[in-house]
Design a protein around this ligand. Structure first.
Ligand code: URA
Length: 244
């Protein structure tokens, strides 16, 4: 619960200082709680009500953390793996928080936007097909798509195992022998795009997630890079319901 959090834990949860660093800040008299300089690092505070200051600046409390990761190839969307690098291994120490997990999986060979968070409720919300949060991908295919394929996507592709997907959307963004197509999905079944393409006689050569809801993958974030999202980004993530 948010109430009764130790003051040093508050600082580490907000990525402001480790517990050890916090003791130094305290000794230096740089921390204030409700106008008074606290004596002990384990002072119990209510992070949502108490006024906490560092060097005279009020620290707002962010209960959960939301990170945008640009996943490279060869990394698995798991919290731990015995032999393979996971998306959590890419989170820099200063952004790491216990409880982080990927909200939705990309295949090992898929690149792009992975949301990492410690907010289970939010993850459920953006992943649930009922919420219609769009996930947008760019795929390089082994050949062009026909009008029938586009129509099939809009109707709901029936996979080879008989499962019928929710209506999706596909358009060519770059023609050629190996065209690039943009695909928008509202659900996330295992290997979904690869299986949808296969059901339409196409093979996916490479795949990248470029957007979740209304939030685009930051073009300045290099592969393997990770950044904290702001409140306005989170709002954007919840936008873009329905095909554009
Ligand atoms: N569809 C796939 O086939 N793979 C992914 O990683 C994501 C969507």
């Amino acid at each position: 619960m948010a109430q009764n959090m130790r003051l040093d834990r508050f600082f580490s949860s907000q990525n402001l200082a480790s517990r050890k660093e916090f003791r130094t800040l305290l000794k230096q008299g740089r921390v204030a709680v409700n106008g008074a300089v606290p004596a002990k690092a384990d002072l119990k505070i209510d992070p949502e009500r108490d006024e906490i200051f560092l060097d005279g600046t009020r620290i707002g409390y962010q209960k959960h953390l939301y990170l945008m990761l640009n996943k490279p190839r060869g990394v698995v969307s798991a919290t731990e793996d015995r032999s393979q690098k996971t998306v959590l291994d890419l989170v820099p120490e200063e952004l790491y928080r216990p409880g982080l997990f990927p909200a939705g999986r990309l295949d090992k060979d898929t690149t792009g936007f992975v949301l990492l968070t410690d907010d289970g409720e939010f993850a459920h919300r953006i992943l649930s097909p009922k919420q219609h949060i769009a996930k947008t991908y760019h795929a390089v295919l082994d050949g062009p798509i026909s009008e029938e394929t586009a129509a099939q996507f809009e109707k709901g592709v029936t996979l080879k195992d008989g499962f019928t997907c929710l209506p999706a959307w596909i358009k060519t963004v770059k023609d050629g022998q190996n065209p690039i197509v943009e695909i928008i999905l509202h659900e996330g079944k295992y290997h979904q795009i690869k299986r949808m393409a296969a059901a339409c006689g196409r093979h996916v050569l490479s795949l990248k997630r470029i957007k979740m809801g209304g939030l685009c993958l930051d073009p300045d974030l290099p592969e393997g890079g990770c950044k904290a999202l702001l409140h306005k980004d989170i709002q954007k993530l919840l936008e873009g319901q329905g095909a554009e």
